[in-house]
Design a protein around this ligand. Structure first.
Ligand code: CP
Ligand code: NVA
Length: 302
């Protein structure tokens, strides 16, 4: 892979994404068969969290350990970054101690600055703009269930948020059709729409049933992301018709899979019925965070 960092999927080529997915599949196989894969023996990953996390934190920490290295959980509540030490300085200091940094934060700019000022690989573990690690795991999951990504249709319903942004880029770069339904005031980011406009396989509509037509995978995410808690009630009203439910699934292909990055709010963006009917897919997807991120770490930190 010809990349120093994983800051956003816009930076990667389709081939680079497939290189990650192929290694993720291999590492998943090796873990299943208890074949050791100490690709990062002796390496240390620092993990900076300015937001909560279950999956990202645990899968990165377990993943670096399984690769023979170790992870350091760095909460911004405890770091000087939380008291205003500039990210530019934090980057240069941590680069002297560590072999890689994973960061979950608000501004994409902060992740880009960490990469610019540091001298070690930086991995984006979610910003307000994107969630590349999640989408690598999602693509791995779709490929497992549908055998190939080429020509498959991925439909995202809900807020045009970090998940929508990364799914559009990741899906289109790997040959998928991508349809998105959001309320018109909550569209994906302008730079993502600018990227997608060169792809006839992309569509944005307001109607979720229309977006879901003949989809192979139907994806949703919370209506209020981390940092938007104050808007929760207002958003619940705005997004009430953007629920993945029986009617939406009746529009998709009969064998469509359902995906959710989690955590899920049953009764809001997805009904309990649809969630439970597709729980295997959703938790395979969560599991694949581990394998996809191990591949990213191995390729960037080796
Ligand atoms: N999907 C995801 O990133 O989950 P966490 O917020 O628990 O890390
Ligand atoms: N859009 C959600 C994703 C959580 C994994 C958020 O940013 O909170």
């Amino acid at each position: 892979m010809n990349q120093k960092h994983l800051l956003k999927l816009l930076d990667l080529s389709g081939d680079e994404i497939f290189e990650i997915l192929d290694l993720a599949d291999r590492l998943k196989y090796e873990r299943r068969h208890s074949i050791p894969h100490p690709l990062l023996a002796g390496k240390t990953l620092g993990m900076i969290f300015q937001k909560s996390s279950t999956r990202t934190r645990v899968s990165f920490e377990a993943g670096i350990y399984q690769l023979g290295g170790q992870g350091l959980f760095l909460s911004s509540r405890d770091l000087q970054i939380g008291r205003g030490e500039p990210v530019e300085d934090t980057a240069r200091v941590l680069s002297r101690y560590l072999d890689g940094i994973m960061i979950r934060t608000f501004a994409q700019q902060e992740v880009e600055a960490l990469a610019k000022y540091g001298s070690i690989p930086v991995i984006n573990g979610l910003t307000d703009f994107c969630h590349p690690c999640q989408v690598l795991a999602d693509l791995q999951t779709i490929r497992e269930y549908k055998k190939s990504l080429q020509g498959r249709k991925l439909c995202f319903i809900g807020d045009g948020n970090n998940m929508a942004n990364s799914l559009i880029v990741g899906g289109l770069k790997t040959g998928m059709k991508v349809s998105v339904a959001t309320p018109s005031g909550y569209r994906p980011a302008p730079e993502v729409l600018a990227f997608a406009k060169d792809y006839p396989e992309f569509s944005w509509v307001e109607d979720p049933i229309e977006a879901a037509a003949d989809a192979d995978a139907v994806y949703t995410d919370v209506w209020a992301s981390m940092g938007q808690e104050a808007e929760q009630q207002a958003r619940a009203a705005i997004f009430s018709s953007y629920q993945v439910n029986r009617a939406v699934m009746a529009s998709a292909k009969p064998d469509a899979i359902v995906m959710h990055c989690l955590p899920a709010h049953r009764g809001e963006e997805i009904t309990a019925e649809i969630f439970e009917a597709h729980a295997n897919e959703i938790f395979d997807e969560a599991e694949n965070r581990l394998h996809a991120q191990k591949a990213v770490m191995a390729l960037l930190m080796k």
